[in-house]
Write a protein of this length. Structure first.
Length: 265
């Protein structure tokens, strides 16, 4: 009887965790889209403008706790549960604000060079074709993928492109062309088998860059007066973080990658 109750509780908490996670993603998307529209219209809300890192950090924290609920139910002792909860709460201490395009890509490049297994990226459909990617980042990525293959460790590079269902046919074609051109480079480097792009019909309001369940970079979008998306202008980094990053990596795998498709629909 006790085992039955335990299973029921675990299933119920797991379902709650998934719902909280989904709603967190929706809230993140709405805030990101809302601030993007404010920028587009030339309007600014002082509280949001000055507290963007705290807002993102809070939402990411909720995301980590939501996924952590399932892990907590699997721990037997109270001391283990308390230790796990403490690790989640202390995650905020390791966060650092990142400002500017160059600094964002400098950090991304450092994370890529430190990759041993996985490099995961969640990005906007609109920004992937409009936002220029520095050569230093692409060179570091190609080199890391190639070196890992030669060392038989084969780091993988997985990209999820989030998009709105109202995305124009022209934009879809532009994205497909962009990906095809990018894949040609990976083919030339002989690392195309380590790279995969997928698409998900959710217009996320943030970008996530997750490396090896160890490093996390959250990018917050900005818009120019003409409406052009400028990715990676403001962000938060979590370096060598064993508390939050594994939760976000799990979320990427279980709630994004598995639900994403191989083509734009």
């Amino acid at each position: 009887m006790n085992n039955s109750n335990s299973v029921e509780v675990k299933i119920e908490v797991g379902e709650i965790a998934e719902k909280v996670t989904i709603w967190t993603a929706i809230v993140i998307s709405l805030i990101g889209t809302g601030i993007g529209l404010l920028d587009f219209c030339g309007l600014k809300i002082p509280y949001i403008e000055h507290n963007i890192p705290q807002i993102i950090l809070s939402l990411i924290g909720v995301l980590g706790i939501a996924i952590g609920l399932e892990r907590l139910t699997k721990l037997e002792s109270l001391s283990q549960k308390l230790a796990e909860t403490k690790r989640i709460v202390e995650t905020a201490v390791t966060a650092q604000k990142v400002e500017g395009y160059d600094e964002m890509f400098d950090i991304s490049t450092q994370y890529v060079r430190d990759a041993e297994a996985e490099i995961n990226l969640l990005i906007f459909a609109g920004s992937i074709v409009s936002d220029p990617i520095p050569g230093r980042y692409l060179n570091a990525l190609n080199k890391q993928l190639k070196n890992s293959k030669e060392n038989r460790s084969s780091v993988v590079y997985r990209v999820i492109i989030g998009y709105d269902h109202n995305l124009s046919t022209e934009m879809k074609d532009s994205i497909r062309t962009y990906i095809q051109n990018r894949m040609r480079i990976f083919i030339e480097e002989g690392v195309d088998s380590q790279v995969e792009y997928r698409y998900i019909n959710i217009p996320f309001g943030i970008s996530l860059f997750v490396v090896d369940r160890k490093h996390l970079l959250v990018g917050f979008p900005r818009r120019t007066p003409n409406g052009e998306v400028q990715e990676f202008q403001t962000g938060i980094k979590f370096s060598s973080n064993a508390s939050l990053v594994p939760f976000v990596a799990d979320w990427f795998d279980r709630y994004l990658w598995d639900k994403a498709s191989n083509d734009l629909k």
